[in-house]
Design a protein around this ligand. Structure first.
Ligand code: GDP
Length: 696
């Protein structure tokens, strides 16, 4: 590794660490804001502009100069005696999994909103995810320099649409083209940015006389809002006037408790408001200590294990991002407790393997520095270990299993057929590597065509997986059209029985199985239970029966889709001391299952998505008509000034090419966000067509 001019940042006291992400609707200015933060915190020396494609955290740039993959990278930077680990969170909903895993390792977030558009559909999706993870947030209303910027109504949209409690801690000095500074309501000072320095220099002065009344009124409103969510400030208000320190402390407590969202203004593109934002990150977002403790489970998953957040506690670290430099894997880890040291023996509690920790490093905006250890609360990279996203590393003597990163159900599939045997080998290697990096896609072999089927979370997700296989990993292959990831299930109880027997080379092979199949709750998956007496099915043959059933479940009985939400119970069979064998039981298990599943009213399930479309009023009729034709079930329509939000459930099957279609219907003026919600039975007619197509 080439030497770096940047000093390694040592971890200060734990209370001085911030692990945070920046989340936003595409286009709100996340990349620009991130980039300016890196610049002002001294991590990079040159401003790259989004528009010339040179920013350092833009996820579309797969590799940077030193071969550092920067997808969801974590970057470390100093600010005001603190250390900030900035974790990239992608904005596109096709990557909910990526968002989900970054939310797992960050403690707080900056939510960037466009001061013109306010809350947009995708910001809602990400906001709700952050709610689920109870992540404290500050809001940054970006693009205050744009014509039409309206911070007050953007704040109202955060309150109304996200049901959050934004507390404005600044007043704008001018908006739109006039935007030149902010009044800090906590300290009652005015900050103006120098246009000539492109915003990089600013001066703090007294509040201009003509704005004093407005500022005092806004400060009173702010104090009242903080007192509403924090008892400490309420007491201070009752006792007299709270000090700035009391207000900051109270707002911090309320933010950490999820009761308030301090809200700031700025225009990242013009470098305006970034210093204040960095201060707010330090003032209001949590340190790892604020997490309380590290909670996990024993390796068997049944007993809770709890460690304190401290260097002297046992090690608990979570792998959250894998990337490759050539053929060497590297993994981003968050150390929750203890210290991860080079040369140390660790247990991968997820896989049950013991490993020796190799080279450790820390990532700055565009380079890495080697470091001897990663302390509690910090993020770093370990090189050379084969880890998957979501794996827990711990000390072999004090094992802990941290909660896995939730993987949403894949809703789309694509078939990939390699050109040559060599490509087939490359495809297998490539898929193994990509699935370590991104556990949100699944790979299986189509039992009918023997083609490789990749299942993922949307058209764009699959496109990117395929593109990386072809471009980065050199696989040449024919790629089918994406199709919906249907599943099969059963609707009633069905019983099946099969007795297998044959003679092969003078030796008998036999197996006999009786079983039942019944529907399970939606989302329960496939479960297996053995209720057969050992006289009919000896214990050592159960796995063979299960293998036969598992394969049949994977193949499906109607149209070749794997089955879910069903319970299979072995009821009995018979045992022949000489002829009974694994092979016989496996065949009997598979055949008995087929008979039972056919008797159990098999049907098809399709992924149903929640879709939210935000459209100018003029196009609402058009959008609704189209959704109706796509089998959408409208669940709500909300009116906002000039635009309406249409919410609905809609089957994935009817959403191909929606992005393009919506754009042309609304002249590009509507936006949407879509997420998997549940599986539902496919209606009769499309079901018949799918089944017929499969058997054709
Ligand atoms: P992202 O998609 O959220 O990462 O957004 P980007 O940072 O890529 O910004 C989207 C577009 O908005 C780009 O063309 C930026 O130049 C522009 N932009 C970002 N911040 C501002 C801002 O503060 N003011 C204005 N006027 N434009 C901005």
């Amino acid at each position: 590794m080439a030497s770096s001019t940047h000093p390694s940042i040592r971890r200060p006291a734990l209370t001085q660490v911030r692990n945070l992400g920046i989340m936003a609707h595409v286009d709100a200015g996340k990349t620009t804001t991130t980039e300016r933060i890196l610049y002002y915190a001294g991590a990079i020396n040159r401003l790259g502009e989004v528009d010339d494609g040179s920013t350092v955290t833009d996820w579309m740039l797969l590799e940077q100069e030193r071969g550092i993959s920067i997808t969801a990278a974590s970057t470390t930077l100093p600010w005001r005696g603190h250390v900030l680990n900035l974790i990239d969170t992608p904005g596109h909903v096709d990557f909910t999994m990526e968002v989900e895993r970054s939310l797992r390792v960050l403690d707080g977030a900056v939510a960037v909103f466009c001061a013109v558009a306010g809350v947009q559909p995708q910001s809602e999706t990400v906001w709700r995810q952050a709610d689920r993870h109870r992540i404290p947030r500050v809001a940054f209303l970006n693009k205050c320099d744009r014509v039409g910027a309206d911070p007050a109504s953007a704040i109202a949209s955060i309150r109304d649409r996200l049901r959050a409690t934004p507390i404005a801690i600044q007043l704008p000095l001018g908006v739109g083209e006039d935007f030149r500074g902010v009044i800090d309501l906590l300290r009652m000072t005015a900050r103006t940015w120098e246009q000539a320095s492109f915003g990089a220099r600013f001066t703090d002065t007294e509040i201009p006389a003509e704005l004093e009344d407005d500022a005092r009124e806004a400060r009173d409103a702010m104090i009242e809002a903080i007192a509403d969510v924090d008892d400490g400030v309420l007491s201070a208000v009752i006792a007299g006037a709270p000090t700035t320190a009391e207000l900051v402390a109270g707002l911090r407590r309320a933010t950490l408790a999820g009761r308030a969202v301090p809200t700031l203004l700025g225009a990242a593109f013009r470098n305006q408001g970034i210093h204040n934002l960095l201060d707010a990150i330090v003032d209001f977002l949590p340190s790892p200590i604020d997490l309380g403790e590290v909670r996990g489970a024993s390796v068997t998953g049944d007993a809770p294990v709890v460690f304190p957040v401290s260097d002297s506690a046992p090690l608990a670290a979570l792998a959250f991002k894998v990337f490759y430099t050539g053929d060497v894997p590297s993994t981003f880890l968050r150390v929750y407790s203890g210290v991860l040291t080079r040369g140390q023996q660790v247990l991968n509690a997820t896989r049950g393997t013991t490993l020796t920790v190799g080279e450790l490093s820390r990532v700055f905006a565009n380079h890495m520095d080697e470091i001897p250890r990663i302390e509690a609360g910090m993020i770093g990279v370990v090189r050379g270990l084969k880890l998957a996203t979501g794996d827990t590393l711990c000390s072999p003597s004090t094992p802990i299993l941290l909660e896995r990163i939730a993987v949403p159900a894949p809703v789309m599939t694509v078939v990939v057929e390699p050109d040559t045997a060599e490509d087939e080998a490359r495809l297998a290697r490539g898929l193994e590597r990509l699935s370590l990096e991104d556990p949100s896609f699944q790979v299986r072999v189509d039992p009918e065509t023997a083609g490789t089927v990749i299942a993922g979370m949307g058209e764009l997700h699959l496109e990117i997986v395929v593109e990386r296989l072809c471009r980065e990993l050199g696989v040449r292959a024919r790629v089918g059209r994406p199709s919906v990831a249907y599943r099969e299930t059963v609707t009633q109880l069905g019983v099946g029985e099969h007795e297998f027997s044959r003679t092969l080379g003078g030796k008998g092979q036999a197996g006999h199985v009786r079983l039942q199949v019944e529907p399970a709750e939606r989302g329960a998956g496939y479960t297996f239970e053995n209720r057969a007496p050992i006289s009919e099915l000896p214990k050592h043959h159960v796995h063979a029966v299960r293998e036969g059933i598992d394969e049949a479940v994977e193949r499906g009985v109607l149209a070749g889709y794997s089955m879910t939400d069903l319970r299979v119970s072995i009821l009995g069979g018979s045992y022949h001391p000489v002829d009974s064998c694994d092979f016989g039981y496996k065949i009997a298990g598979g055949k008995a299952f087929l008979e039972a599943a056919h008797a159990a009213g098999p049907t098809l399930l399709e992924p149903v998505m929640t879709l939210e479309v935000v459209t100018p009023e003029d196009y609402v009729g058009e959008v609704l008509g189209d959704l109706h034709a796509r089998r959408g079930k409208i669940t709500g329509i909300a009116a906002h000034p000039g635009v309406q939000t249409v919410a609905c459930f809609v089957p994935m099957a009817s959403m191909f090419g929606y992005a393009t279609d919506l754009r042309s219907r609304t002249r590009g003026r509507a936006t949407y966000a879509m997420e998997f919600h549940h599986y539902a039975e496919v209606p009769h007619q499309p079901r018949e067509e799918l089944v017929a197509r499969r058997s054709a």
